[in-house]
Design a protein around this ligand. Structure first.
Ligand code: ACO
Length: 351
């Protein structure tokens, strides 16, 4: 038997797409700026009251069905999210209950945009140690909750007036707000039946010194009480992001970790069929591609449609690739991601 392999995938994007022009109704931005600086054209937002575990349900069901399994076959859930339904408990257990598999262990992975390399490593360990056979890995995000505008109806209706104070608040957070969208991607993984296929290796890193490049300062348990009205007034419930620093970290650490992982496994970059990268900004991925010297055709992108769905970007992209026939058995894939923490890493898998 080999490492874990992907046997089924699914995705879900809630609600109708929200275009860049729609965002320009609630803050000072433009379609031109967003496309040129990020490659994003639209994103989705879940409706109020819908949490990451709800968005995850259709994605998980599709992945389980594609694997030819039923929910009863799933014996472990790894739930990747940075926008859980509740501060605690985690969303994995909620998803298990919604899928009707109460009692199945569920572990939340809190590695933000870098969740997938970590989740693959954990799933591989669970399967190798026989703690699990069919692991459901889900990435799901409900970022709408931290968006900085209040008049959601103005997105849809240009006639709705936005108060100047509301518009100014949203504009202060525009670099962050234009990036993120909601969505879920899911994969069922299990041990490969042959040694030639499956997960080959994972390399992950963490540096807490850079934690404040992107983080939510408010509602943390350092403070008593952990949430106050002042935190909302001070907009501490909205992530604070140093975009340029993150950009620099991503374009240096991602090529480094990909080279290191490939070298230690005697894999030439030219032998990799697909570099499936986290979708934070199309410009980041273009710089990474250039730095690695690989063919951009081997670095698929879907950020135009979904924006950055954090822990969900990689499984959403993987599902698209399986369903449109780009992903084929025997191909060598390198997954790569960097996220708040900072965490960064890469994984090599023979499909
Ligand atoms: N619309 C219009 N103008 C804007 C917007 C906007 N949405 N956002 C910023 N600007 C303006 C700025 O105010 C600035 O104006 P100024 O020159 O008059 O001061 C100008 O555009 C340039 O701003 P920069 O911040 O330098 O723009 P940059 O080219 O760096 O792009 C961005 C910003 C898109 C955020 C980029 O830095 C980036 O993508 N960084 C990485 C972010 C990232 O990866 N985040 C996810 C982390 S992963 C996780 O775990 C969550």
């Amino acid at each position: 038997m080999g490492g874990i392999t992907i046997v089924g995938t699914g995705r879900h994007a809630p609600g109708a797409p929200v275009t860049n022009e729609m965002l320009a109704r609630v803050m000072d931005t433009s379609d031109e700026w967003i496309r040129r600086r990020t490659g994003i054209e639209q994103r989705h937002f879940a409706e109020d009251g819908m949490g990451a575990s709800d968005i995850a349900v259709p994605a998980a069901q599709r992945a389980i069905e594609a694997a030819g399994l039923t929910t009863k076959d799933i014996d472990y859930i790894l739930f990747c999210t940075m926008t859980p339904d509740f501060l605690f408990p985690g969303s994995g257990g909620l998803l298990g209950a919604k899928l009707g598999i109460r009692g199945v262990p569920a572990l939340d992975i809190r590695q933000q945009c870098c969740a997938m390399p970590f989740a693959l490593q954990v799933a591989n360990g669970l399967v190798a140690s026989r703690a699990a056979k069919n692991v459901l890995i889900v990435g799901a995000e409900a970022h709408a909750g931290f968006m900085p505008w209040q008049k959601w109806e103005a997105l849809l209706d240009p006639e709705v007036k936005v108060a100047s104070e509301d518009y100014q608040r949203a504009t202060r957070h525009r670099a962050l707000a234009v990036l993120f969208g909601d969505g879920a991607g899911a994969m069922v993984v299990r041990a490969s039946e042959t040694a030639e296929r499956g997960l080959i290796d994972v390399e992950v890193h963490t540096d807490g010194d850079d934690a404040e490049h992107i983080f939510i300062e408010g509602s943390g348990f350092r403070r008593r009480p952990y949430v106050t009205p002042e935190q909302i007034t001070n907009e501490e419930h909205i992530p604070s992001m140093e975009g340029r620093d993150l950009f620099k970290c991503a374009v240096t650490r991602l090529p480094e970790v990909v080279r290191s992982l490939c070298e230690r496994n005697d894999v030439a970059l030219d032998d990799v069929d697909w570099f499936v990268a986290h979708q934070a900004n199309d410009r980041i991925n273009r710089v990474v591609v250039q730095s690695l010297g690989v063919d951009p055709e081997r670095v698929p992108s879907n950020i135009a449609k979904y924006g950055n769905t954090s822990g969900a970007t990689i499984p959403i992209l993987v599902d698209e690739m399986y369903r449109d026939g780009r992903a084929k058995p025997g191909q060598l894939v390198c997954f790569l991601a960097l996220g708040s923490g900072l965490h960064w890493g890469a994984a090599l898998m023979r499909l």
